[in-house]
Design a protein around this ligand. Structure first.
Ligand code: PLP
Length: 386
C-alpha cells in the first residue's frame, strides 16, 4: 500500500528529476572536485552549477553559498562562528520556539560557556513580539538567531521587520529558514539577514545536504576545520552527488513555488476544514494568517496524539504529533507549551504537512477516516468527555 504521506515538514520524497540528476555522479563522474584531471574538473563544474542553482533560489551570489551536510550543521556553523569572532560579546537572543538545532546550541553556550541567553516568548498564536525583541538587544549582544517559519505550526515570523530591528542595532542576524526555502520566496537582496540556513531534504533533495547563505563581508570561521574546500570555509570533500541533487531541487522549487502556494494550500485548507467539521473539540494551533501553505497543526482535545498516529498508521497515513516520548512520559512539544496551548490540547496535537505530491484523493481519505478514529479514542479517554 502506498503511504499517504502528510509529514513533509519532517522530510520529503526525493523528486525523480533530482535522482536522475544525481545518478551519474555516483557511477561515472565520481571525481573529487579538488583533483586536477578532467574527471575532477567535471565534478567541480557540477558543484559550481549547483551553487548557482541554490543561489538563484535565494537571489544571492553563488559565492555567498556554503554547502554543508544538513540544516543542523548550517545552524551550528553560524552560532559557533559568530561567537568565536566576537568573544567579548556575551549575549545571545533567540526565540522559545526554535528547532533544537538552534535551541540546544544556544543553551549549550549558556550552560557550558556562561553566555547570557534571552529566549523571546510567543503569544497564543505563536507570534513574536517585535517590541520585546527590540528591548532585549544589548550592547554586548553578539547574535540574534530567529527562525523564519516554525516546523511544528508553520507560523511565519516577519523576517523583514525582524532584520530591520536587529540590523539597526548593528547585531548579526542568523535565521533558520529550513522550513521556508522552497515554500516561500526568499530574496537576499531585500532581506538584510547575515546568515540563513537551509536543508535539502525539506525540499525534495536527499537527507544529508544543506547550505548556509553567508552575506558577503560576514566573518565566519570554519566550523569543520581541515582542507581548503568551500574556499576554506568548510573542510571535507564535497558531497558532489548530493550537491547536484540539491541544486536541481532548488531549481524545481523555483519553478513550482507559485503553483504549490496555491494548489498545496487549497488541499491543506480542505483537509483542515474537513477535520474541523468532522471532529468535535478540534482546534488549529498557530496563526492561520501567517502560516506556511503546506502545514496544519490540529489539536484533538482529550486524546493522545500518539494513539491517533498509531491508528492513522494502520491506514497508511503518515503525520506527526506535537509530543515527544521522553523518559516514559509524554511531554508536550516546547513550541505548543510556549504558546500556552492547554495540556489537554497539546497532547492531542497532530501536524499534517503536505507537498507537491499530495493528492486530493489522499486528503479525502483522511477527512473520511479520521473522525471515526477520534470518536473511538475519545470514547476510551480517561477524561471521559467529548
Ligand atoms: N531547522 C528546522 C526548522 C527544521 O525543521 C529542521 C528539521 O526538521 C532542522 C533545522 C534540521 O535540519 P536537518 O535535518 O537538515 O539537520
Amino acid at each position: 500500500m502506498k503511504p499517504i504521506y502528510l509529514d513533509n515538514n519532517a522530510t520529503t520524497r526525493v523528486a525523480d528529476e533530482v535522482v536522475e540528476a544525481m545518478m551519474p555522479f555516483f557511477t561515472e563522474q565520481y571525481g573529487n572536485p579538488s583533483s586536477m584531471y578532467a574527471l575532477g574538473g567535471e565534478a567541480g563544474h557540477a558543484t559550481r552549477h549547483a551553487r548557482e542553482q541554490v543561489a538563484a533560489l535565494l537571489n544571492c551570489s553563488p559565492d555567498e553559498i556554503l554547502f554543508t551536510s544538513c540544516g543542523t550543521e548550517s545552524d551550528n556553523t553560524s552560532i559557533h562562528g559568530v561567537l568565536e569572532v566576537a568573544p567579548a560579546k556575551r549575549h545571545l537572543i533567540t526565540s522559545r520556539v526554535e528547532h533544537p538545532a538552534v535551541r540546544t546550541t544556544c543553551r549549550y553556550f549558556r550552560e557550558q560557556h556562561g553566555y547570557a541567553l534571552t529566549e523571546l516568548p510567543v503569544d497564543a498564536k505563536g507570534n513574536l513580539s517585535l517590541s520585546e525583541l527590540e528591548s532585549s538587544l544589548r550592547d554586548d549582544t553578539a547574535l540574534v538567531s530567529i527562525m523564519h517559519a516554525n516546523n511544528e505550526t508553520g507560523v511565519i515570523f516577519p523576517l523583514e521587520e525582524i532584520a530591520q530591528i536587529v540590523k539597526s542595532h548593528g547585531v548579526i542576524l542568523h535565521t533558520d529558514a529550513v522550513q521556508t526555502a522552497g515554500k516561500l520566496s526568499l530574496d537576499m537582496q531585500k532581506l538584510p539577514v547575515d546568515l540563513l540556513a537551509i536543508s535539502g531534504h525539506k525540499l525534495h533533495a536527499p537527507k544529508g545536504i544543506g547550505a548556509l547563505y553567508v552575506r558577503r563581508g560576514t566573518k565566519l570561521p570554519p566550523y569543520l576545520k581541515g582542507g581548503h574546500q568551500e574556499s576554506g570555509k568548510r573542510a571535507g570533500t564535497e558531497n558532489v552527488p548530493y550537491i547536484v541533487g540539491f541544486g536541481k531541487a532548488c531549481e524545481l522549487a523555483m519553478q513550482n513555488m507559485e503553483k504549490e502556494n496555491t494548489s498545496v494550500k487549497a488541499l491543506r485548507d480542505k483537509l483542515q476544514a474537513g477535520l474541523l467539521t468532522g471532529c468535535q473539540n478540534a482546534y488549529v494551533n498557530g496563526d492561520e494568517t501567517h502560516r506556511l501553505p503546506n502545514t496544519a497543526n490540529i489539536s484533538f482535545e482529550f486524546i493522545e496524539g500518539e494513539s491517533i498516529l498509531l491508528l492513522l498508521d494502520t491506514l497508511g497515513v503518515c503525520a506527526s504529533s506535537g509530543s515527544a516520548c521522553t523518559s516514559g512520559s509524554l511531554e508536550p512539544s516546547h513550541v505548543l507549551r510556549a504558546m500556552g496551548v492547554p495540556f489537554t490540547r497539546a497532547h492531542g496535537s497532530i501536524r499534517f504537512s503536505l507537498s507537491r505530491y499530495t493528492t486530493e484523493d489522499e486528503v479525502n481519505v483522511v477527512i473520511e477516516k479520521l473522525p471515526a478514529i477520534i470518536e473511538r479514542l475519545r470514547s476510551m479517554s480517561p477524561f471521559g468527555r467529548k
